[in-house]
Design a protein around this ligand. Structure first.
Ligand code: GLA
Length: 394
């Protein structure tokens, strides 16, 4: 924990370092399984070392004061008036989490909070989930301490509460993947998560001789402004059509690839049919990818990554010129086994499986072509997996 961060906290809020606690929650990269989570399907994300840190100290009143290292304006809020802050440009995610926690019966106390966000905002690496989970952990830990309650905080519940905050406070009907990965990630592991019942398996990522390189399009976008919710309702419409032959299916995940091809004509709307085709084939690709990684078959995994991107481009239509340029250029480079968009799409990041020795060339060549075609630069991160939400003892 950097001394400067603690010093900034004291500069903003006064007092001394005693009583300040630190909570951390990471961003994530999804290896494969895109837009499957809200269809009750499979995803395969890993938490990153890039994370949000929040320093927190309880107050004796019911006020929550929030500030971030890269912001000038402090947000002042009151725990008993949380309905008021939904339209804030910054602070709304945190206050949405506070609201959901109180609705779920958690007793919170007033506090001062300083955020240090190291997950690039709006990049598709779950910067929002990192903020939500760090906030949930901080608020519950401080609330518990203020009442003398000692318990282990249920991180899966924190993930669900954070997702509910996005639905009810922010107004984005996201799935559970980002919050779950941020809460539960483990260094060196990817999480094979079944989003229907939230059962999961940790799968070691052993990529000897290869690296996962994340490339940020640096195209700014937010899920609220994107066609995310539209895609979600297209999937719901597709399911209703297939319910004619599968009346018990609650999610598209319950439709197999074979059954989809057999009955796809029940979906009259061609666009909806394409969306459903992506979902059913993507679920199968996740299972195949998990098996490939377990037997260290990186070539097969790379091919599945490529197929996933192509399906997101042609069937789900959430890529766009920026992501497609990065992916196509990446695939032109020797030693790249696969490349795909990660996260919601519409901008954000790609993830590529690159031979270690080719990493520098990859960054240089993809960077050059991207700048030439798109007009501004991409950013590159060598992905390192990290742990999920936790307190850091100061
Ligand atoms: C966003 C959402 C997730 C998931 C992905 C797409 O990151 O928050 O729930 O739907 O998009 O896979």
């Amino acid at each position: 924990m950097s001394k400067e961060l603690i010093q900034s906290f004291i500069t903003y809020f006064g007092g001394e370092s005693k009583g300040i606690r630190a909570f951390v929650s990471p961003g994530r990269v999804n290896l494969i399984g895109e837009h499957t989570d809200y269809n009750g399907g499979f995803v395969f994300p890993a938490a990153l070392t890039m994370a949000t840190t929040v320093l927190a100290r309880p107050r004796s009143d019911r006020q929550i004061n929030l500030i971030a290292t890269d912001l000038k304006q402090m947000v002042y809020a009151y725990l008993d008036e949380l309905y008021k802050y939904k339209t804030l440009k910054w602070g709304n995610y945190q206050l949405g989490v506070a609201d959901e926690l109180q609705k779920a019966g958690y007793i919170l106390c007033g506090c001062d909070l300083l955020y240090d966000d190291k997950v690039p905002l709006g990049s598709g690496l779950s910067s929002s989930a990192a903020i939500e989970l760090a906030t949930a952990l901080a608020l519950v830990s401080l609330g518990d301490a203020s009442q003398g309650v000692k318990r282990e905080i249920d991180l899966v519940e924190m993930a669900k509460i954070s997702q509910a905050a996005e639905h009810n406070y922010i107004g984005v009907k996201c799935g559970i993947m980002d919050q779950f990965a941020s809460a539960m990630g483990k260094k060196g592991m990817a999480i094979f998560l079944d989003c229907r019942d939230l059962t999961w398996e940790m799968v070691p990522i052993k990529m000897s001789g290869y690296k996962l390189i994340i490339t940020n399009t640096n195209k700014k976008r937010s899920l609220g402004e994107s066609k995310y919710d539209e895609r979600r309702s297209e999937c719901e419409r597709g399911l209703v059509c297939l319910n004619k032959v599968f009346p018990k299916a609650r999610y598209l995940r319950e439709i197999s690839v074979d059954d989809f091809y057999k009955y796809k004509n029940l979906i009259e709307d061609e666009i909806v049919r394409k969306r459903v085709e992506h979902i059913v084939t993507e679920n199968e690709r996740v299972i195949k990818s998990v098996n490939a990684l377990k037997r260290n078959d990186l070539k097969t995994f790379g091919k599945l990554m490529n197929a996933s991107h192509d399906s997101l481009r042609d069937l789900y239509e959430v890529t766009g010129i920026e992501l497609d340029t990065l992916v196509m250029e990446a695939r032109n480079i020797d030693g790249v086994l696969g490349s795909r968009m990660t996260g919601a799409g519409f901008g954000g990041c790609t993830v590529s499986l690159v031979e270690e020795d080719m990493a520098d060339e990859f960054i240089q060549r993809v960077g050059e072509v991207y700048k030439q075609r798109i007009g501004y630069s991409a950013s590159f991160y060598i992905s390192e997996t990290g742990n999920g939400s936790r307190e850091i003892i100061l």
